[in-house]
Design a protein around this ligand. Structure first.
Ligand code: ADP
Length: 374
């Protein structure tokens, strides 16, 4: 039986476990703490910056993959040199680890993206503000997630703390024009080492304070689907991606599609696929990293809606409100990640599928509100 080793033990690793069980393959998880979301599959708790610990773990599995992008590229290269099968490999993954590395590569591939520039000094930022302001977006190239590491900036003072600690972010910041977008979209796909490529329908994502709140699958703007698919295919092939990849996109007011960022792992925008696609992104990721043929990605209904359950405070407990929510909404699928509640933290999600998109959204939001006890 092949065994997949997952580095990182968040909700993505957690949701790979039932997919592995269904396929009858093994899964082992390397966690950074004892109380992780994927605790039921954790076989080792250690430090992801420690090569020796990762190598020891890798020796117990057939292939290494990831729940997050935080293992340093140099360590992944060392693992490959030691004969470990790392999927996606560091040459692809580095583009999801560092937003500047990604921007440079997308420019090389000629793909559409916001106007951007690397900055090292106050005057770099002042010039960019002058040319593309009054507001610009400044990002830390590494270490950001869920909007941490992204600021809308109209004055140098807004990012002086980042400039003072710039070495923490690789010595450069990423500056971007503030895109006047109408919608945010995500194109999820998977690629296997032998080059098989398969994609789910383009989805629309709604963010709240930089965090994904809702996903609609497929995105109602069907005219955009071919371009998004083509962008994902060019990135996937161009970078040699293995596994699931999400390309986050903006649809600008002038109709252009622009690439925001990449993730090379299952992604929040694809959680709907667990309940509403022939093959979920978690099953597909396991198939891809094991170089098995990929599964069909078509939906099981005309529409699916995914609603995130974001933490309200440090006390909130969604399970407590299950009885009334489940009674009123038997058609909703509930997913919780067993994470300690914190405001804005991704604690779980709901999925609904059917034909009437407005009804699905209304029911999903009402069900979420019951779990929030509103
Ligand atoms: P993270 O890595 O934290 O997810 P992103 O780069 O995806 O960060 O940015 C988070 C959110 O900030 C995006 O979903 C979008 O709403 C907003 N954002 C990011 N870049 C831009 C931009 N250039 N213009 C306008 N909004 C942006």
């Amino acid at each position: 039986m092949p065994v997949v080793g997952v580095i990182g033990a968040g909700q993505l690793a957690r949701m790979m476990q039932p997919a592995a069980i269904a396929l009858g393959i093994g899964i082992k998880v390397f966690a950074e703490s004892n109380d992780s979301s994927a605790h039921q599959a954790v076989t080792k708790v250690g430090d992801i910056n420690d090569f020796a610990q990762l190598l020891e773990f890798a020796k117990t599995v057939d292939v290494i993959t990831f729940d997050h992008e935080h293992v340093p590229t140099a360590i992944l290269e060392q693992l490959e040199t030691a004969g470990v099968s790392v999927r996606p490999g560091p040459t692809a993954l580095k583009h999801a680890q560092n937003k500047l590395t990604m921007r440079r590569k997308l420019a090389e591939l000629g793909l559409p993206q916001p106007i951007w520039q690397a900055a090292k000094t106050e005057s770099d930022i002042a010039n960019f503000l002058q040319n593309h302001g009054p507001k610009i977006v400044v990002k830390t190239p590494i270490g950001g997630y869920d909007g941490k590491g992204v600021r809308v900036v109209s004055d140098i003072a807004d990012v002086r703390d980042w400039l003072q600690n710039i070495s923490q972010f690789g010595g450069e910041l990423l500056l971007e024009e503030k895109v006047d977008f109408v919608t945010e979209l995500a194109q999820l796909s998977a690629r296997s080492p032998s080059g098989e490529f398969n994609a789910w329908p383009l989805v629309e994502t709604h963010q709240q304070a930089g965090v994904c709140a809702e996903v609609i699958a497929p995105a109602p703007e069907s005219a955009l689907h071919p371009q998004a698919l083509s962008i994902a295919k060019q990135i996937s092939d161009g970078l040699g991606v293995v596994g699931v990849m999400a390309v986050e996109l903006f649809r600008a007011r002038n109709g252009e599609i622009l690439v925001n960022e990449l993730a090379m792992r299952p992604h929040n925008s694809g959680h709907f696929s667990i309940d509403a696609s022939i093959t979920s992104q978690f099953e597909q990721h396991l198939r891809a990293v094991l170089d098995l043929p990929l599964g069909a990605t078509s939906g099981t209904s005309n529409f699916a809606v995914m609603i995130n359950l974001l933490g309200v405070d440090s006390e909130n407990d969604f399970v407590q409100h299950y009885p009334k929510a489940m009674e009123r909404f038997p058609q909703v699928k509930f997913h919780l990640y067993e994470k300690a509640p914190r405001p804005g933290r991704k604690m779980g999600h709901l999925t609904l599928q059917g034909n009437d998109l407005d009804q699905l959204l209304a029911d999903g939001r009402a069900c979420r509100d019951l779990l929030y006890n509103r």
